[in-house]
Design a protein. Structure first.
Ligand code: SF4
Ligand code: FES
Ligand code: FES
Lengths: 166, 732
């Protein structure tokens, strides 16, 4: 294993930690975790160079990495805003007013679902699936954190808080 | 896989099949048809198309035959209502996003999807929503894409992973958005990549140069043997009204399995190159005249006769090792007629000092398929993926089965399998590097070297890499050392071979050669060598001049057969001087070039491999005869006919052959045995001093090996060819 100059020491040591969990020669199994770490390090999305660096570091063909990165919706292969917001629009949430939440967010951030705000802070992700928190519908996930029983006011507070960070 | 048998029943027929097999293997063996897309017997099981669903008693749902292992007492129904309705339903799903554009698809008429849609499709579509459209990918000059047609069977992806050893294509995205792609725009470059065209069950991946030029049902498939390397890959020429349209593999488990190299597949374009010589031509007062065949043969006969009659030594005969056995035999007869011993086919060889120790013909040392069963393989002086792509695939299979594979190479070549050892050094120090391996083996075994090699060993420091490389052959049941093109062309070949012989003797391994050209075996058997006649019998005393000597001390007349002196000889400058100085140069060639027009006095157009009957003998000694598949271009004629006519004109008795079979029989009658033993009986005093390499060509890129390949337009556009032209080496 070599290369991966684009990857920070921290990313590399995280990848090493994952590789160690699998048998010798099965470093491909660590790919998902490796991409997660690399994406986090790069403020929420993967570039081709980063994927190539991961491939090199794990001794895989680049295409093997592209396959995984494009398969899972948790990976972004295009630049997106720093904070990733996914509003669940599946049945339970829809019945409890998810569409209003989406509308509110779109208006407040001035972007449509699937877009990122111009200041690069927010990304309104198009979420396809039920996020498995129906009992708290409507809900959204922001940077892997769940916020439930949403109202427009609640959403505003969350956004304000994020806006103040970095 | 266990070898015990289990009893199953398919459609009421009782079968005893090896346990561990998948159902589809058992039904295939028993000739019971199960439809499939993703399953391919040479690839791993993916079970993603679901076309092979069958009913299995007691199973609640239909099961995929390609991924269901046979079990004792299993009762299977492939044509029951449940099975058929599952298959029909799968077909309906597969067609949802398929464009159904068969009328404009090259695959039409030979498409697995089309065939199965005939059998299992509905005649009316229930799907009226929008179909998806997928952007085509640019995979380079060899493979065209129509990705909307893809059914995601992933055969092409698995081919990359499992056969080529490098995954160039992948499936990105998922569900409706899944696409087969390289992701970043790039070509597929592996030397076997064209095989994904045959694997693709639909028209998504097609043959780019052939595109839209014929329909499958208009063509006739004619069996041929590929003329570019010593493997003798079995191919079909697909022929439309006498013209070769494309080349596809012909299965032969012992030789090329189901694969062919891109060189074998695409070189045919060279047959129709603009510079085919299509009329016999004669030079008179520096002017070229097109003449009739009769006139040309007569002129050739009198030119050669006046140069060589009574003085055979004034003549030099050089022939391409890609010529057929019959052509080579007739050349030998011609030489004998004049008492000329100067004939050779070893065009790129430069060291002949130990030629008397050569075996009758340079044999691979085992069957081609047996390479896979070796547990130790040491490849010496070969860019084996480029020399012989199919053999490289066998070596890779051996490595994946656990064999130790090591390399002693002039540079670092890329291999996609585990390697036990890799030594490399340039031509100048190649010999001492290799002798180091022998020294290490002797040291490990505590053995004494043969006397003739002892001197060279004195100057050697044994390093750990030498030991690792020697270990490839040590303590193995079934090991082989292969000497490749680079070794054979090296000016110290004698030293390399003697070392290889000592090493194999010491380790109990086989010694094998990867000779150049399609038929150097045939050339040796037919006696196209200065020191040996038919079947390897000693020729003349002293023997004739080898190719280097013929050019170093120019002959009055030359007969050149089937090659281009500019590109196919070790030292083109030397050849140019010798040919320009000669009184007479007779050239049998499929092509005409500026320098041939300059050097030759007679140009006789000969047929290429697809236009003639003949025989190639591969490096494992397999004789493979074939018949002309297409019409000759212009007035070109099969070489054996021309040589027969020439023989008649110069009055060779017995030159009354009516067919290639007659020629072959005449040769066989003189051949004691077809066999050859690579056992080294020489005692060549090995030295570490390498003679000057100078202008000598030791490395010939894969797409420049012979005149036909060099004219393969698509091949010349590949990444491999382009990078080779820039003087670097790259492999996909
Ligand atoms: S391109 Fe052809 S071989 Fe590859 S996945 Fe699609 S249908 Fe299968
Ligand atoms: S539907 Fe929104 S969490 Fe389940
Ligand atoms: S052939 Fe069995 S699932 Fe494709």
């Amino acid at each position: 294993m070599s290369g991966g100059s684009l990857l920070s020491d921290h990313t590399r040591s995280e990848i090493d930690r994952w590789v160690a969990k699998f048998p010798e020669g099965r470093q491909r199994s660590a790919l998902l975790s490796a991409l997660q770490v690399a994406q986090h390090e790069n403020k929420g999305y993967l570039t081709r160079d980063i994927m190539d660096a991961v491939a090199e570091y794990l001794n895989l063909q680049p295409i093997e990495v592209y396959e995984v990165a494009t398969f899972y919706s948790m990976f972004e292969t295009k630049p997106v805003g720093r904070h990733s917001i996914s509003v669940c629009t599946n049945i339970s949430c829809m019945l409890r007013g998810a569409d209003d939440i989406v509308n509110h967010l779109e208006q407040r951030l001035g972007i449509k679902l699937g877009e990122s705000s111009d200041d690069g802070k927010f990304y309104l992700k198009m979420e396809e699936e039920c996020l498995a928190a129906c009992c708290g519908a409507p809900m959204m996930m922001v940077n892997h954190q769940y916020y439930e029983n949403l109202t427009a006011q609640k959403v505003d507070k969350i956004i304000e808080k994020l806006d103040k960070q970095d | 896989m266990g070898s015990d048998l289990v009893n199953i029943e398919v459609n009421g027929v009782k079968l005893a099949v090896p346990s561990g097999q998948m159902l589809i293997e058992a039904t295939d063996r028993a000739d019971i048809y199960v439809p499939r897309f993703c399953y391919h017997r040479k690839l791993s099981v993916a079970a993603n198309c679901r076309m092979c669903l069958v009913e299995v008693e007691k199973a609640p749902k239909p099961l995929p035959a390609c991924a269901t292992p046979v079990a004792e007492g299993m009762k299977v129904f492939t044509r029951s209502d449940a099975a058929i309705s599952a298959q029909k339903a799968t077909m309906e799903f597969l067609l949802i996003n398929h464009p159904l554009d068969c009328p404009i698809c090259d695959q039409g008429g030979e498409c697995e999807l089309q065939d199965l849609a005939m059998g299992f499709g509905r005649d009316v579509a229930r799907y009226s929503e929008r179909k998806r459209v997928v952007k085509d990918k640019d995979l380079g000059p060899l493979i065209s894409t129509d990705m909307t047609r893809c059914i995601h069977c992933t055969r092409c992806v698995r081919f990359g992973q499992e056969i080529a050893g490098i995954q160039e294509l992948g499936a990105i995205g998922r569900s409706e958005y899944m696409e087969i792609t390289t992701y970043v725009e790039r070509s597929v470059d592996h030397e076997l990549s064209g095989n994904i065209i045959d694997l693709c069950p639909v028209g998504a991946l097609n043959n780019k140069p052939y595109r839209y030029s014929a329909r499958a049902w208009e063509m006739v498939a004619k069996p041929l043997i590929s003329p570019h390397d010593c493997i003798g890959s079995n191919i079909y020429a697909h022929v439309l009204r006498g013209t070769l349209k494309r080349v596809v593999p012909r299965d032969n488990e012992q030789i090329n399995e189901s694969w062919i190299s891109d060189r074998d597949r695409y070189s045919y374009e060279g047959i129709y190159s603009q510079d085919r010589l299509d009329k016999p031509m004669l030079k008179r007062d520096r002017e070229w005249l097109e003449v009739s065949w009769d006139r040309a043969i007569e002129a050739t006969s009198s030119l050669i006769s006046s140069a060589a009659s009574g003085e055979g030594d004034a003549l030099g005969i050089l022939a391409s090792p890609n010529s057929t056995l019959e052509e080579l035999y007739l050349l030998n007869e011609l030489a004998c007629h004049y008492g000329c011993n100067n004939l050779d086919h070893r065009l790129r060889v430069s060291d002949f000092r130990d030629q008397d120790s050569d075996p009758t013909w340079l044999s691979l040392g085992c069957e081609i398929a047996e390479i896979e069963q070796q547990d130790g393989i040491l490849v010496v002086g070969s860019n084996i993926r480029m020399d012989t792509p199919i053999l490289a695939h066998r070596v890779r299979s051996a490595a994946l089965c656990g064999a130790s594979v090591g390399f002693v190479s002039p540079e670092v070549y890329e291999y996609h399998f585990p390697q036990t050892a890799y030594l490399h050094a340039p031509a100048e120090t190649f010999v001492s590097m290799f002798v180091g391996v022998l020294a290490a083996a002797l040291d490990i075994l505590g053995d004494k070297p043969p006397a003739w090699i002892a001197n060279a060993l004195k100057g050697i420091n044994i390093e750990s890499e030498h030991r690792e490389t020697a270990a490839v052959l040590l303590n193995k049941e079934n090991s082989i050392l292969l000497l490749g093109h680079f070794a054979l062309r090296h000016p110290s070949f004698a030293d390399i071979r003697a070392t290889a012989a000592a090493l194999t003797e010491l380790t109990g391994s086989k010694l094998g050669y990867i000779p150049e050209g399609a038929n150097s075996t045939g050339a040796a058997l037919a006696g196209v060598l200065p020191h040996r006649g038919v079947g390897g019998v000693k020729r003349g005393d002293p023997c004739g001049l080898n190719v280097q000597e013929m050019l170093n001390s120019p002959r009055r007349a030359y007969l050149l057969y089937g090659f281009e002196p500019e590109f196919d000889l070790t030292n083109p400058a030397l050849a140019n001087d010798a040919l320009s100085a000669a009184d007479t140069v007779v050239c049998f060639s499929p092509f005409v070039t500026e320098s041939l027009l300059d050097q030759a006095d007679v140009l006789l157009p000969i047929a290429t491999y697809a236009e003639t009957d003949g025989t190639f003998v591969n490096a494992a000694g397999v004789w493979q005869s074939f018949n002309a598949a297409v019409d000759c271009v212009g007035d070109a004629k099969p070489g054996w006919r021309l040589l027969r006519a020439l023989g008649n004109a110069i009055g060779i008795t017995d030159c009354e052959y009516r067919s290639v079979e007659d020629v072959r029989e005449a040769l066989e009658a003189k051949l004691g045995s077809r066999k050859s033993s690579n056992r080294y009986r020489g005692k060549f005093p090995v030295s570490l001093m390498v003679p000057e390499i100078g202008e000598k060509v030791l490395d010939v890129p894969i797409y420049l090996t012979d005149g036909i390949v060099r004219r393969g337009t698509a091949l010349q556009q590949t990444q491999i060819a382009q990078v080779a032209r820039q003087g670097k080496s790259i492999q996909g």
